[in-house]
Write a protein that binds this ligand. Structure first.
Ligand code: F6P
Length: 546
């Protein structure tokens, strides 16, 4: 049995150590060690991590690594890989890493090797993708499929949409790929308004095939299709499903031959590399999807084999714990300097916040320490002209992950010389430098700034950042990047002793919405909510359109 986190020797040692080092400034840490910027770095699966601009000394790192060891990170990782039911509240194994194992590898759940099943589904996904992309698969009227619409939400949407946007460079551009997730009718209406039903394929992606939003959108999409094609038999040519629930899929009218399955040991937010990636595979093709899986796998292998001190996910997890639990930081910004990674912060929000937004331990005891951070961000340089001000000069400590690439997929020279990409990357380096080192009042005065303005122009610095650099945004790199964050979240969950693989917190809202929707209809029953909810529902009923 694991000791209570805050009573553990490694934790106590970190608390004491924090008192000693919390005032240290990155300016001094760099001045004392000219090698710091190359020493505090690590590499894995094509990613280079510079963590030198963090408020840590060698002793801090030693103590954080001792914490990871004391909490049994390695043993938990191995238990996950062995297929143990580490998702204790749902009694499930957690094996998203099996999804990217090469053919021939062995991963057992209850004694049965699941890798052949994984590849059997992947082969079907790839064969189907080839049929659609080549035009062999035809719609009900014989037209070629030109539009693909994925209907899903949460893990059945965010992974595919994020990766589709991230890998657009590799996409077949004459195929329109869209994602409908919101139950707000605007989403489906806007995403289908210019599409020809006869040339549109819907992928209903839902692990459970019972999610209210997804099923509502799927039913409305079906009605939209039938209104145009007028024959129930069209459904089988225009709808396929990705799900673990064969009975519900068939009930919807989707041919079981066009259902792509996955397993209860794949969590929704960890499912992009299962058949949930079908829409992405249609867009970028099987070969690119395989490269993505290879990138995931390479990072899995790094996580599995690299010593903790050189292990990227472990280092990033520990730095997060350092700020969240010892400095009181509440949020973590993720700032990708690549337009294609627009949805990456939103994807990480689900991955991190649904996984570690927990307040009881595996044994069900209320924690008395902070767990998962608020994750947020958007691509640079846009954020620089919006919220970076607060990161630079506000009162809150916000650790940031900067993500950049040495090569761009869209080289664009500037008419006067130089390139867009150099400008972009100059901003990455400038921001992390400014955040770390700031500008002292002496430096401000030396610039001739008037004394009364000087306090406004001072940058304290000492704002911690990680910089992740990769050569190029390829499917492989993206896979590695996602797996890096998956494992970071896992390590933090182990340290905090929470179950990173359930999401009971979303249940109550779902149940209440199901109840309230009946109260909005024409046969409105008496309301028995609190006075606020009652009044809001009454006002809505009185004013809504019929
Ligand atoms: O938001 C809760 C959740 O259960 C997520 O974990 C999941 O990704 C999403 O709903 C969608 O679920 P499903 O794939 O079953 O429709």
């Amino acid at each position: 049995m694991t000791a209570w986190l805050t009573d553990s020797p490694a934790w106590k040692a970190l608390e004491a150590h924090h008192q000693d080092v919390r005032e240290l400034h990155l300016r001094d840490l760099f001045a004392q060690d000219p090698e710091r910027g190359t020493r505090l770095t690590a590499q894995g699966a094509g990613l280079y991590l510079d963590y030198s601009k963090h408020r840590v000394t060698d002793e801090t790192l030693r103590r954080l690594l001792a914490l990871a060891r004391e909490r049994g990170v390695e043993a938990r990782r191995d238990a996950m890989l062995r297929g143990e039911r580490i998702n204790v509240t749902e009694g499930r194994a957690v094996l998203h890493m099996a999804l990217r194992q090469p053919r021939g590898a062995v991963v057992r759940v209850d004694g049965q090797d699941v890798v052949p099943d994984v590849h059997e589904v992947l082969d079907r996904v790839f064969a189907f993708a080839r049929e659609v992309r080549s035009g062999e698969w035809r719609g009900f009227t014989g037209q070629r499929i030109r539009n693909v619409v994925n209907i899903g939400i949460g893990g059945s949407d965010l992974g595919p949409v994020m990766a589709y946007e991230a890998l657009k460079h590799y996409a077949q551009r004459d195929l329109t790929v869209r994602f409908v997730s919101n139950v707000d009718g605007t989403d489906l209406t806007e995403k289908t308004r210019d599409l020809d039903p006869a040339a549109t394929l819907f992928i209903v992606s839902s692990k459970t095939f019972t999610t209210q939003e997804t099923m509502a959108n799927a039913r409305s999409a079906r009605a939209w299709l039938l209104a145009a094609l007028g024959d129930e038999r069209a459904v089988a040519r225009h709808f396929v499903a990705v799900s673990t629930n064969a009975a519900e899929v068939q009930g919807f009218g989707i041919d079981p031959a066009n259902m792509f399955g996955f397993w209860d040991w794949v969590g929704g937010r960890y499912s992009l590399d299962s058949a949930i990636g079908l829409s992405l595979t249609l867009a970028v093709g099987p070969e690119h999807f395989q490269d993505l899986l290879a990138g995931f796998h390479e990072m899995d292998e790094h996580f599995r084999t690299a010593p903790l001190e050189a292990n990227l996910p472990v280092l990033m997890a520990l730095l997060g714990v350092w700020y969240g639990n010892f400095f009181g930081a509440e949020t973590q910004a993720v700032l990708p300097y690549d337009q294609y990674l627009t949805y990456f912060p939103a994807y990480l929000q689900q991955l991190d916040m649904e996984s570690n937004g927990k307040s009881v331990t595996l044994a069900g005891r209320r924690v008395d320490y902070q767990t998962g951070p608020v994750v947020w961000g958007q691509p640079g340089t846009n954020g620089q002209h919006a919220f970076y001000q607060l990161i630079h000069q506000g009162t809150k400590l916000i650790p940031c992950d900067f993500i950049g690439f040495s090569q761009t997929l869209n080289p664009l020279p500037l008419p006067g010389g130089g390139s867009h990409h150099d400008l972009l990357m100059a901003n990455v380096f400038a921001q992390t430098e400014a955040l770390a080192f700031g500008k002292t009042v002496e430096e401000v005065r030396a610039e001739g700034v008037a004394e009364e303005l000087a306090p406004h122009r001072v940058f304290e610095g000492n704002r911690p950042t990680s910089t992740l650099l990769a050569d190029r945004l390829t499917p492989h790199t993206l896979g590695a990047l996602i797996a890096l964050y998956e494992h970071k979240v896992f390590v933090q969950g182990v340290i905090w002793d929470v179950n990173s693989f359930d999401q009971w917190g979303v249940e109550l809202g779902k149940v209440l919405a199901g109840r309230i929707v009946k109260e909005l209809g024409p046969d409105t029953p008496d309301l028995a909510h609190d006075s606020s909810t009652n009044a809001l529902i009454r006002r809505y009923r009185a004013r809504r359109q019929e």
